[in-house]
Design a protein around this ligand. Structure first.
Ligand code: LLP
Length: 429
């Protein structure tokens, strides 16, 4: 039996995943079969213990300046949870900023990002008193200058976003560190130094450090070593007290994958800093998104149609698809699937797992492995869907977005309710 045909491996499941006495899978003490009955499908279920544990590990590894990359998954409950566990929050738009503030996260625990921040977004960030504004372009510096001229606010701490010229081995769409990028100031052309000089001339701005982000879903930590090495002389030259290496740590999605832990990542980054001559008092931080939420979340679907094409393949269709998980279509990302009624079953059946949308490209798993006794009406789960699933979900085909539950200690709370037809019509006059 190959790893892909064997049962789903433990490291792809949330921390509190366990078998019930009936042999089905439970998370946070609640059977997934019961949760689906009560809340309907598709359904995102997050293990709160797992989320909290990831946040704590990040703070332990990087210190209190570490920020959760909220683009991976954000709602008020998630924002408060990350804040309660000691993380700062990285917000990359006025909308993410507003959700974090609505959750009660203090402005000084927020890091504001964006390669094309509007005047309104910069003003809102200043109004909120964000802890860090990450400056991304000369146009933004101009807007900042204009806004600060009219403001009497205390000084704003900024980081300069740098493209370090480092290529991580990941999907082209999520590669960000290379020179040919819409983000940040180039180190090699001197643009990053020019940005520091331009910012130094603005009253009310304090440039406290540098920021870079080289990509996402990175398994090999050597890319971060190259990133730190590329940034070290820039940091030293300007006497910065802070360097943020961005997010990007990969997670395992498939049985045969293993990813480094946040602690290993931090230790690689710290050693790289020391090797590059950065002093120990430098605040070395990071912004993990995926590594905090991916494995904590799981999606539950109901199987509605099974179509067997002899000599070709079997299609298994569920009641969601590319609207709740666009990653397979957009990035060709792989996932596993299993049946919560029998999590230990081997999976000899090979099938294409598809959604309910009106196009052939609506594929969740091209070659899913499933138990032989799979039947219409079964509950099917795809693990490791906690990052960039709900946050990238759409209403394609006017399908409402799923509900999201946080589960812990035998209790479930709806943190985002299911979208209704009324919601879908609410924007129309
Ligand atoms: N910081 C910055 C400046 C970022 O741009 C990102 C992600 C992060 C932190 C968090 O990165 P993470 O630790 O989650 O890799 N939608 C894609 C991922 C796009 C990531 C964009 N930036 C996906 O589903 O794979």
């Amino acid at each position: 039996m190959t790893p892909s045909e064997g049962p789903i491996r433990r490291h792809l499941l949330p921390l509190t995943a366990k078998k019930t006495s009936a042999g089905a899978l439970s998370i946070g003490g609640l059977s997934l079969l019961d949760l689906a009955e009560e809340h309907g499908t598709p359904l995102f279920v997050y293990d709160e213990v797992h989320l909290r544990s990831c946040c704590r590990q990040a703070v332990a590894a990087f210190g209190p300046g570490v920020a959760y990359g909220t683009k991976a998954f954000l709602c008020k409950a998630m924002a408060s949870l990350a804040h309660e566990e000691g993380m700062m929050l990285d917000v990359a738009s006025g909308g993410e900023l507003a959700v974090a503030l609505a959750a009660g996260v203090p402005g000084d625990r927020l890091v504001m990002h964006g390669n094309n921040k509007s005047i309104e977004e910069i003003a809102a960030a200043m109004q909120a008193g964000v802890g860090r504004l990450v400056v991304d372009s000369f146009d933004e510096i101009g807007r900042l200058r204009g806004l600060l001229r009219r403001s009497s606010r205390p000084s704003l701490s900024v980081l300069v976003r740098v493209t370090p010229g480092v290529e991580a081995h990941t999907h082209e769409y999520v590669m960000t560190g290379q020179e040919d990028s819409k983000f940040g100031f180039s180190l090699s052309t001197g643009a990053a130094d020019e940005a520091v000089d331009a910012l130094a001339g603005i009253r009310g701005v304090e440039v406290v450090g540098a920021h870079a982000h080289i990509g996402s879903q990175i398994f090999r930590t050597d890319a971060f070593v190259r990133e730190v090495a590329a940034l070290a002389s820039f940091v030293a030259r300007h006497g910065f007290g802070e360097l943020c290496v961005g997010g990007g740590l990969g997670v395992a999605y498939l049985n045969e994958e293993e990813a480094p832990s946040v602690a290993e990542w931090a230790s690689v980054v710290r050693s790289a800093g020391a090797a590059a001559g950065l002093t120990a008092d430098l605040r070395l931080t990071a912004e993990p998104g995926r590594a905090i939420v991916a494995t904590a979340g799981i999606t539950l679907y109901r199987v509605g149609t099974i179509k067997r094409l002899p000599g070709l393949r079997t299609y298994v269709a569920v009641d969601g698809g590319m609207s709740d998980n666009p990653r397979p279509v957009v990035y060709g990302s792989g996932y596993e699937a299993f049946l919560p009624r029998s999590p230990d079953a081997s999976r000899p059946l090979s099938a294409r797992l598809v959604g309910k949308h009106c196009e052939s490209g609506d594929v969740l798993i091209d070659d899913a492995r499933l138990p032989d006794d799979l039947a219409v009406g079964d509950l099917l789960a795809t693990p490791v869907t906690g990052a960039y699933g709900y946050s990238m979900a759409s209403n394609y085909n006017r399908v409402g977005r799923p509900a999201v539950l946080f589960v812990a200690e035998g209790r479930a709370r709806v943190v985002i309710r299911r979208e209704t037809t009324e919601d879908l019509l609410a924007l129309e006059p």
